[in-house]
Write a protein that binds this ligand. Structure first.
Ligand SMILES: *[C@@H]1O[C@H](CO)[C@@H](O)[C@H](O)[C@H]1NC(C)=O
Ligand SMILES: *[C@@H]1O[C@H](CO)[C@@H](O)[C@H](O)[C@H]1NC(C)=O
Ligand SMILES: *[C@@H]1O[C@H](CO)[C@@H](O)[C@H](O)[C@H]1NC(C)=O
Ligand SMILES: *[C@@H]1O[C@H](CO)[C@@H](O)[C@H](O)[C@H]1NC(C)=O
Ligand SMILES: *[C@@H]1O[C@H](CO)[C@@H](O)[C@H](O)[C@H]1NC(C)=O
Ligand SMILES: *[C@@H]1O[C@H](CO)[C@@H](O)[C@H](O)[C@H]1NC(C)=O
Ligand SMILES: *[C@@H]1O[C@H](CO)[C@@H](O)[C@H](O)[C@H]1NC(C)=O
Ligand SMILES: *[C@@H]1O[C@H](CO)[C@@H](O)[C@H](O)[C@H]1NC(C)=O
Ligand SMILES: *[C@@H]1O[C@H](CO)[C@@H](O)[C@H](O)[C@H]1NC(C)=O
Ligand SMILES: *[C@@H]1O[C@H](CO)[C@@H](O)[C@H](O)[C@H]1NC(C)=O
Ligand SMILES: *[C@@H]1O[C@H](CO)[C@@H](O)[C@H](O)[C@H]1NC(C)=O
Ligand SMILES: *[C@@H]1O[C@H](CO)[C@@H](O)[C@H](O)[C@H]1NC(C)=O
Length: 827
């Protein structure tokens, strides 16, 4: 361990107000918790806030589970409007000037779990006796005492209680007696004012508290604050949060936090909304370093250097438990870099460090990047840029020796290629968060193999982003990045992918050929997806989480499988976020309530119903049919129809193209007999020019090159398929397809002739492409019967005839006429 290595670190300081949108976000988060606890259907949610109501509407539907009537002017809550709301679970009535609540309200609503009546004018703590209540917020009212009413003994499930009144100036010894046997988990107490009296022992009544948030000021009497700490020690609370505990105008003297050193249970400490002088910081941190704390946070603080040489901290002779420090929102009183001179040892065991909302624009890299135990560094919400984080003055000799997670979210980073190159310096980095920046795809990116988790959310990137990522990535976050479509090709680049977030994009379809064998979690919520089919899930065998809510689902048979058969435990946001968007008659209906008729959607059911009829008829027809080789002729007819149809579609497109050959013929040596004796004579006699590999290949060229040349100068490619061909030749074509994706995509130019029956299913699995081609493409079967052979030739010729005179140019044909003597005026 290094002895007295001294660090002088700089943090950029500005007096500028670091805007903290915290309180709003927190309230939203709290409400979301309540929704999760209470709501099973969107129809059960009623938000009547900001509606200028003067009383609770009496016509609320009896299925209401969630009711928010905040920001109205409702002074009394009476029982009547609640009489039918037996399912009400979440009730929020804040900022209403509420003065009175009739006890009958709660006798009608026995299912209530969350009650938020904060920010009102309640003159007394109301009687509440609800067995299921979990969260009760009574903060910011006008009661003048914290004495708990007797009815609260019945709140046996109460988990979180928030109490606070600007009129309650003292805390008396017996105030919390009746909560003694309630297994409260988290207590929030106070309204941010100075207490005039605190009776020692009052808070010690709580027996099972784990967290306490104290929102009270103690400027005039630091002794009172120490008494509070002693009582909190008795409750055994592990997590303490002090909000505005010393107001800005307070001259803090002495060492009010010295009890910290003898509080064995405390693990987490948060100091919020406080002015902190460097002299106080020195004394405070000395207590912290001697305490059992392992997690320390400063939230919304103003930092001021009142000591000449900044923050100085000598080494201490004690084991340090602290391993996590958070700064979230720091206003700097002086317009200069703070000076920090502290023993390296004091932070050598730190594993987590967060500097957020501090206005930092240059990383004090020599200090931070040398922390030997640091595993997580969060620098979100600052003013860092590419060159401010990788600062030219940093000597990167041993940077971040153990860093695994780095968050650079909400900064001003721009260049992905630059960042990707720099990540090679951080030898242990696994996770990098670049969300909410101005990232652009400015060049090739190369990522180190140890980096497996990348977030690029909320940057404007587009569909090409996948090409800039690493095949080693296991977790990718591309939420809100402007993606409009994903393909199997995009995903096939990430064989180890387990978590993929694509929320808030404009994706319309999840391709059915998606194959991501390792994927555990997929987020595609808030896109433009209308349905999710069974085939999609088939390609994701290990999927455990699928978040797909807030999409414009179509309520038709397309959604039948999703609604009825999909295992809903996969969907964390089911059923709340799933609603029908079309057809208009179903718009707004919850998908979980959409009933499709099984008969109209399930093909197998339709089949069972119609089967008996069909069987009889088809048996009769089939018998006749079979006798006359109907199957074979039908197949041929089908091929013929498809060829004609396709020909129409493509003739315009192909008009400008010219070819040297009508067809390139690919076959196995074993089938050369048939090709030489049947195929070539028959076709060339009819005036078609063929490229046959033994005859037309340029000697000496690599076989694949020859194939490519021939294919490119031919209108169609005929594959003479037999078991021999598949076993001996197909590999060449796999290679060829791999090289020439573009051609294989235009599958129209492939014609398959089956010399002997081969079904797609009988092919070995590794011939994936051939299997799918055979399933999709029409193919011609060589019949043994001579009569049928006439039809076969006619079909084949008609396929090649699509290349009519305009395509095989006469001069080209003439130029090669010495190798293909049969090209004549017929062309
Ligand atoms: C109650 O509502 C207020 C105002 O919206 C909010 O700040 C607070 O967090 C809510 N309390 C709980 C426990 O949700
Ligand atoms: C709600 O009211 C309807 C009739 O208005 C009734 O059919 C239904 O059972 C009620 N539901 C509950 C949960 O009370
Ligand atoms: C507690 O609830 C029971 C019935 O649930 C009731 O009889 C009793 O009066 C309640 N106690 C208080 C103090 O309200
Ligand atoms: C709490 O429980 C203890 C023991 O079970 C009992 O003596 C005490 O009276 C109870 N207190 C209240 C307020 O119910
Ligand atoms: C906290 O409680 C422990 C025993 O549980 C005791 O040793 C210690 O002195 C107490 N600290 C304070 C500040 O009261
Ligand atoms: C911080 O120091 C200034 C003097 O630089 C003093 O006026 C102020 O009261 C101190 N604030 C606190 C909270 O100690
Ligand atoms: C703060 O209080 C201490 C002692 O209580 C006193 O010596 C010091 O001058 C005060 N500082 C200010 C700025 O009031
Ligand atoms: C206490 O700190 C630990 C480590 O940072 C954290 O995981 C935990 O959630 C915190 N607990 C509370 C109650 O804040
Ligand atoms: C931040 O703290 C100051 C007091 O130091 C307080 O006036 C202000 O309201 C706090 N801001 C927020 C967003 O809590
Ligand atoms: C840092 O502190 C040490 C003593 O711990 C002292 O010798 C040194 O001069 C200080 N450096 C600065 C720049 O204040
Ligand atoms: C540090 O602690 C050890 C034993 O706990 C003691 O021997 C030594 O004198 C202490 N050093 C200082 C500078 O306090
Ligand atoms: C850091 O942790 C190690 C092992 O957990 C411990 O031996 C060492 O004393 C700690 N360092 C400090 C400065 O507390």
């Amino acid at each position: 361990m290094s002895t007295q290595s001294t660090i002088v670190a700089f943090l950029i300081g500005t007096i500028a107000i670091v805007s903290l949108m915290k309180s709003d976000c927190l309230a939203l988060k709290e409400d979301e918790k309540g929704i999760k606890l209470c709501v099973t259907s969107r129809r059960g949610m009623k938000d009547l806030s900001h509606k200028s109501l003067t009383e609770v509407p009496s016509n609320l539907p009896n299925e209401t589970q969630y009711l928010d009537i905040s920001y109205n002017s409702i002074q009394r809550l009476t029982g009547a409007p609640f009489s039918r709301l037996s399912q009400l679970c979440f009730l929020k009535v804040t900022h209403c000037g509420l003065q009175e609540i009739s006890p009958s309200v709660f006798s009608h609503t026995p299912a209530l779990k969350v009650l938020n009546i904060s920010y009102n004018d309640l003159p007394i703590i109301p009687d509440i006796s609800l067995k299921h209540l979990k969260i009760l917020d009574l903060a910011n009212n006008l009661y003048n005492s914290y004495r708990i009413p007797a009815s609260f003994q019945n709140l046996t499930n109460l988990h979180v209680l928030s109490l606070g009144s600007r009129a309650a100036l003292s805390v008396n010894y017996n105030d919390f007696d009746l909560l003694m046997n309630v297994s409260l988990h988290h207590l929030v107490l106070g309204a941010g004012i100075n207490w005039q009296k605190y009776d020692s022992g009052a808070l010690a009544k709580f027996k099972s508290l784990q967290r306490i948030s104290l929102f009270a000021s103690f400027c005039r009497d630091f002794g009172m604050f120490e008494n509070v700490l002693v009582d909190l020690n008795v409750t055994g609370a592990t997590s303490l949060r002090f909000i505005t505990v010393f107001p800005d105008n307070c001259n803090v003297s002495g060492n009010p936090f010295k009890s910290l050193t003898t509080m064995p249970f405390i693990q987490n400490l948060t100091i919020e909304n406080m002015w902190i002088n460097s002299s106080f910081m020195e004394a405070f941190l000395k207590n912290v370093w001697l305490s059992s704390l392992y997690d320390l946070s400063f939230v919304n603080i103003t930092y001021n250097e009142d000591t000449l040489d900044g923050f100085q901290f000598r080494t201490i002779n004690h084991t340090i438990n602290l391993c996590s420090i958070t700064f979230n929102g720091v206003n700097h009183y002086q317009y200069k870099y703070p000076t920090i001179n502290m023993s390296f040892e004091a932070i050598s065991n730190l594993t987590y460090l967060k500097f957020s909302g501090t206005g930092m624009n240059i990383l004090p890299c020599n200090a931070i990047s040398a922390l030997p135990s640091l595993e997580t560094l969060d620098l979100s919400d600052n003013l860092l840029t590419d060159s401010g984080f990788w600062w030219f003055q940093c000597s990167y000799t041993s940077v971040f020796p153990k860093l695994r997670q780095l968050s650079l979210s909400k900064n001003r980073f721009i260049s992905l290629s630059f960042i990707s190159e720099k990540t090679y310096q951080m030898k242990t980095l696994e996770s990098l968060d670049l969300s909410f920046n101005s990232i652009s795809l400015d060049g090739n990116c190369s990522w180190p193999a140890h980096l497996t988790d990348l977030s690029l959310g909320n940057n404007n990137l587009g569909n090409s982003v996948f090409q800039y990522l690493s095949p080693n990535f296991e977790r990718i976050d591309l939420s809100k990045t402007g993606i409009t479509a994903i393909t199997q090709e995009d995903l096939s680049q990430f064989p180890k992918l387990t978590h993929l977030k694509l929320s808030s994009n404009s994706i319309q379809v999840i391709p059915t050929d998606l194959m991501a064998p390792a994927l555990l979690s997929l987020h595609v919520d808030q896109n433009a997806i209308t349905s999710i089919s069974k085939e999609v899930l088939a390609g994701l065998p290990r999927l455990q989480t699928l978040k797909a809510g807030s999409n414009p689902f179509v309520c038709s048979c397309d959604s039948h499988w999703f609604v009825t058969n999909l295992n809903k435990s996969l969907l964390p946001d089911w059923p709340l976020d799933y609603t029908c968007s079309t057809p208009p008659s179903f718009a707004g209906l919850s998908l979980s309530e959409y009933k499709t008729s099984e008969l109209s959607c399930e093909t197998w059911l339709q089949a069972t119903v119609t089967l008996p009829v069909v069987v009889v008829i088809s048996a009769a027809i089939g018998l006749v049919f079979y006798k006359c080789d109907g199957v074979w002729y039908t197949k041929m007819l089908w091929v013929w129809i498809r060829v004609k149809k396709r020909g129409k579609k493509h003739s315009n497109m192909l008009n400008n193209v010219s070819y040297s050959y009508h067809a390139f013929i690919s076959y196995s040596h074993q089938d050369a007999g048939w090709v030489d004796s049947q195929l070539v004579p028959s076709m060339e006699d009819s005036g078609f020019s063929l490229c046959v590999h033994e005859r037309d290949f340029v000697p000496g060229d690599w076989i694949i090159d020859n194939i490519i040349k021939c294919v490119e100068s031919s209108y169609k490619t005929l594959f003479v398929l037999s078991k021999h061909f598949v076993q001996s030749e197909w590999c060449n074509y796999e290679l060829f397809f791999a090289q020439h994706r573009a051609i294989s995509v235009q599958q129209d130019c492939l014609v398959f002739i089956l010399l002997e029956p081969i079904t797609a299913e009988s092919l070995p699995k590794r011939f994936l492409r051939l299997r799918s081609l055979l399933r999709q493409q029409t193919y011609l079967e060589w019949p043994k019967d001579e009569r049928k052979q006439q039809v076969f030739w006619a079909s084949l010729k008609s396929m090649l005839h699509m290349a009519d005179k305009s395509m095989v140019l006469k001069d080209v044909a003439l130029a090669i006429s010495d190798t293909v003597p049969l090209v004549t005026d017929q062309v």
